[in-house]
Ligand binder design. Structure first.
Ligand code: MLT
Length: 246
């Protein structure tokens, strides 16, 4: 049976985050990269976009693509959305790949930071946000050795809508701890992270892999927070291997 793989990007990105993965992954699944609400061509953005609202948008895309069950692959914020989806509609999820993300809620300090990011996006603009985020989202190896990729990721973040980014930032602050959702998820799962991810340190991914009843953890060397972009070949191999076994 061919699986349908929904790819959910992180913050503040859009579906083009997955451009380097679509071709390779299409050998093993029907692959669909989505723009989450407020990003790319998906222009819905109220003042606050919760992860639940994003999950509902993903659910609506199942019908649009004529599929009944999906494998969800979410990176960082996309992982938060995947977990919100798994909570609401577990029967629609045949597999889960959580990349560079966490199942826990924000600390009070992180929540306050979300408000500042939202305000800065609206008042200073996305060029300033993108410049500020760059050192955190890419690993040291990428920043040192791949200037063209660094520029590409900066441009991807800078072209997102400030309103969409502000709304998603406020929404991320509201998400609950969803570790229990992982414990209840019975299909095989895959957790991927980058060895140089400064935003989601390795213990975060180890904890998620342990919470799932049946999960494998893959740590990609020389990759930071955007593991699918920084180490696409290793990422594609990990996902394809998982899909074939599913
Ligand atoms: C992301 O890459 O989606 C963000 O780092 C998520 C977050 O800010 O928690």
């Amino acid at each position: 049976m061919q699986h349908t793989l929904f790819l959910l990007h992180g913050f503040p990105h859009d579906r083009t985050l997955w451009d380097g993965n679509l071709g390779a992954l299409s050998d093993t699944a029907k692959v669909i990269a989505l723009d989450l609400p407020g990003f790319g061509n998906n222009t819905y953005h109220p003042t606050t976009t919760t992860m639940e609202a994003m999950a509902l948008d993903v659910k609506e895309q199942l019908a649009q693509h004529g599929v009944e069950r999906i494998v969800l692959c979410g990176l960082s914020m996309g992982g938060y959305v995947a977990m919100a989806f798994m909570e609401q509609w577990p029967e629609l999820v045949s597999g889960a790949i959580l990349c560079n993300t966490r199942s826990t809620a924000d600390t009070e300090e992180a929540k306050a930071g979300r408000g500042t990011t939202a305000q800065d996006a609206l008042e200073k603009g996305m060029t300033v946000i993108a410049r500020g985020m760059l050192p955190k989202v890419l690993g040291a190896t990428t920043r040192r050795e791949r200037p063209a990729l660094v520029a590409q990721v900066e441009a991807l973040m800078a072209r997102q809508s400030a309103e969409g980014v502000a709304a998603a930032s406020r929404g991320m602050a509201l998400r609950p701890d969803r570790t229990g959702i992982l414990r209840a998820f019975t299909p095989p799962a895959l957790v991927i992270t980058g060895a140089e991810d400064a935003l989601m340190p390795l213990p975060t991914s180890e904890a998620m892999a342990s919470a799932f009843p049946n999960a494998q953890l893959v740590v990609l060397p020389a990759a930071g927070h955007l593991s699918n972009v920084e180490a696409p070949d290793a990422f594609n191999t990990a996902v394809s291997t998982y899909l074939r076994a599913l």
